[in-house]
Design a protein around this ligand. Structure first.
Ligand code: MOS
Length: 720
């Protein structure tokens, strides 16, 4: 019996389409109070006076929390450098100043507006280039010169490399911020459970990390805090850092009452981190016959004032700077720089999309200059088995399928025949790009995941209970894990009962991020099932087994050369796109995308197609429609009516998903991770297609109509 490779209906589908599934905002506890947050809403200021007495005396108000109420007033994933509540120096608009808890939401909101606060506004530091200049004011006392983190990578010798180059492309790129825009804004409820634990029901990506950060801020032992995830309306990295987790726990703990919060969309956009905007200076050289010989890339990432997940984003950015290519001479410097802009952090691809945009645009420009087809140029340079990464180590996992992925994508798209459909300077254009995506956080972090399996029955297994902490954020993790359990045990899927996402019943599975759960979590499930089966065959009833999977170790970047074995595994992806550009209105329409992904083993092909189509819609939004705007640190697009994500009429008319299965030697049944991959090459593929259609290279996006028209106008002036 096999449950693998089948597009079975996801196990949470019925509850979600019938409305039976409870999301955090749907969970109500009898006697619950309501919370409202007072955000600073100014990028840089000192609080001179804070008076909550009128708010405290307002109708229905139970308590107003300020910084003095937080036992250990700090949080953060990369570093606990951010205050939970800030009554001192405000460093970004989403800083939380006070929390009002009242009988009703309206009362809490009313009282919040009675809080008296006197600010001394300070000049905000907005441009990371300014922030890096000697003598610039410090955004955060911890980070000398406002550099939160610097990652250098050195391989070979740059001068020698450029001396061998016949052509050189130099460019400066900028990539914009992006809002996660998940379906469900932040929400949750906290209460004290029967055993006296502060329990938080919330949406997140890593139950045990939330638990740790809550316990730390409340000054409680871990076992006094419990985190439960119900259904979650999307995450994309946006729930990786704390939003409402700690403040809910704080209020429930201090008041000994259930407390609930639901953020509005506007509060969500102001209150959680964004994708890092990046500035990239890039110089690549190639020989006449198309061998890339040198790459020099400098990356400046706007981190906002606090660390959040910036180190992981910067690591992937530095790693992605050379794209999926073997380049003998490399110099990369990546900087995360503090500013008073909105805080930035994880977002699908973790910095990979930003730096691949640079790498792939350089490749497409080189192809043009060399007169070599973009696909052919890639096939000459992509990483293969035994190739050395920029970090001077080979790729793990056996086969490196980039040549196959690139070729298959081109074939399925009909790349070679494309000029028959449209020509240069017409309004139709074609573009190509590819990428690699690491599976897992890694860079020295020991990847791990835990699972427990109980087999119940007599002669036959009648019921299986799987305990696991993986967050189901809409990606289908619970379904894929259940399929893997059923397959290992040789039982049908309806015998599997999943008990998930509760720190009280599971140990940590790590985060659902970095495309890691199918691979790392799948190996844990497989291991636990195999151990339980062994006990079952030894006549144990019920047969119960736990297993903690530890992935092969990795190493962090060497601080001088960047040398490292950075990741456990990789997935490989290529995309070809066709666009139509209206040269009168500047509108760019993505007509069709072919996306080829090596996923190692497709556990559930339909879920993979969902990830591909979702990633393409999201990446198209980042490239064309979405336009996160801020001025002097203030967000100008805090609503869905000003921050436009693609609608059904905007997404490509056609997406062809091509799933390839070159097994990874350590993945469960060969599976690689894949959720972020299809996001990564889309921006450079669209930019190349727009160039093909118009003759203009856009080194900045989104491709809003006015940017496109300006580019066309400038191009025409240059030509005249
Ligand atoms: Mo994501 S950026 O892998 O949560």
């Amino acid at each position: 019996m096999t449950q693998l490779g089948q597009s079975i209906t996801r196990i949470d589908a019925r509850a979600k389409v019938t409305g039976a599934a409870l999301f955090p905002g749907d969970v109500n506890i009898p006697g619950q109070l309501w919370m409202k947050v007072l955000f600073a809403r100014r990028p840089h200021a000192r609080i001179k006076r804070l008076d909550v007495s009128k708010a405290q005396a307002a109708p229905g108000v139970v308590y107003v929390f300020t910084a003095r109420d937080v036992p250990v007033n700090e949080f953060g994933l990369g570093s606990k450098d951010a205050p939970v509540l800030n009554n001192d120096e405000i460093r970004w608009v989403g800083e939380k100043v006070a929390l009002v808890v009242a009988d009703t939401e309206q009362q809490a909101e009313h009282a919040r507006d009675l809080i008296e606060i006197e600010y001394e506004d300070l000049p905000p530091l907005i441009d990371p280039h300014e922030a890096m200049k000697p003598g610039a004011p410090q955004v955060h006392p911890h980070y000398a010169g406002n550099v939160m983190k610097h990652i250098p990578i050195r391989k070979g010798d740059l001068e020698t490399g450029f001396a061998q180059a016949d052509v050189i492309i130099e460019s400066e790129y900028h990539t914009p911020a992006q809002e996660h825009a998940y379906l469900q804004p932040e929400a949750g409820v906290a209460y004290i459970d029967d055993e006296g634990r502060v329990t938080v029901v919330v949406g997140g990506q890593w139950t045990h990390e939330d638990q740790e950060q809550i316990a730390h801020a409340l000054g409680l032992p871990l076992d006094k805090v419990r985190v439960i995830y119900p259904a979650i309306g999307g995450a994309f990295g946006g729930r990786e850092d704390m939003s409402v987790q700690i403040i809910l726990a704080l209020a429930a703990y201090k008041l000994n009452r259930p407390v609930k919060i639901i953020w509005s969309r506007e509060e969500s956009i102001i209150g959680h981190h964004k994708r890092h905007p990046m500035w990239l200076k890039s110089k690549w050289g190639a020989t006449r016959d198309g061998k890339i010989v040198a790459a020099h890339v400098e990356i400046i990432a706007d981190a906002g004032p606090y660390m959040y997940t910036s180190p992981k984003v910067l690591g992937n950015a530095a790693f992605g700077a050379t794209g999926p290519y073997e380049i003998p001479n490399v110099k990369v410097d990546a900087y995360a720089v503090t500013t008073n802009n909105i805080v930035t952090g994880a977002f699908r691809g973790f910095g990979g999309p930003q730096t691949h945009f640079q790498a792939e645009s350089q490749m497409n420009k080189l192809a043009e200059k060399l007169g070599i087809d973009p696909v052919e140029l890639r096939l000459k340079n992509v990483l293969r088995e035994g190739s050395l990464l920029s970090t001077q180590t080979p790729l793990p996992g056996g086969i490196v399928s980039l040549p196959q992925v690139v070729q298959k994508c081109a074939d399925e798209f009909g790349w070679a025949k494309r000029s028959a459909v449209g020509g240069r300077r017409s309004s139709v254009g074609f573009g190509f790009a590819c990428a690699l995506k690491n599976i897992g956080f890694s860079f020295g972090y020991q990847e791990n995941a835990w699972a427990k399996v109980e087999l119940h029955g007599g002669a036959e297994i009648e019921k299986v209970i799987v305990y696991h902490a993986a967050a189901e954020v809409g990606q289908g993790a619970h379904t894929a894990l259940a399929q893997m359990a059923a397959n290992t045990l040789g039982v049908s899927l309806d015998k599997i009962e999943m008990r998930v996402s509760d720190t009280n019943t599971s140990e940590s599975s790590g985060s659902v991020s970095a495309s890691r759960m199918t691979y790392i979590g799948g190996n844990a499930i497989k291991g636990a099932c195999e151990r339980a089966l062994k006990k079952w065959s030894d006549e144990e009833r019920p047969a119960i087994a736990e297993y903690k999977y530890l992935a092969p170790p990795t190493t962090n970047f060497d601080p001088v050369t960047g040398k490292s074995k950075p990741n456990v595994a990789y997935g490989y992806v290529a995309e070809a796109v066709e666009v139509k550009v209206d040269t009168e209105t500047g509108q760019v329409r993505v007509v069709r995308v072919t996306c080829a992904d090596d996923v190692g083993k497709a556990i559930n092909p339909r879920l993979i197609e969902g990830q591909i189509e979702g990633a393409i819609a999201q990446a198209q939004g980042w490239t064309i429609q979405e336009n996160f705007q801020s001025k002097d640190g203030k967000v100008l697009t805090p609503t869905m009516s000003t921050y436009l994500i693609p609608g059904i009429l905007d997404v490509p008319e056609r997406v062809d998903s091509v799933i390839l299965e070159y097994a990874d030697s350590d993945g469960p049944w060969g599976a690689r991770g894949m959720a972020e991959m299809p996001f990564i090459p889309l921006a450079p593929a669209i930019i190349a297609a727009v160039h093909d259609a118009t003759g203009v290279w856009f080194d900045e996006f989104p491709l809003t109509p006015w940017r496109v028209l300006e580019g066309l106008k400038k191009n025409k002036l240059d030509a005249d």
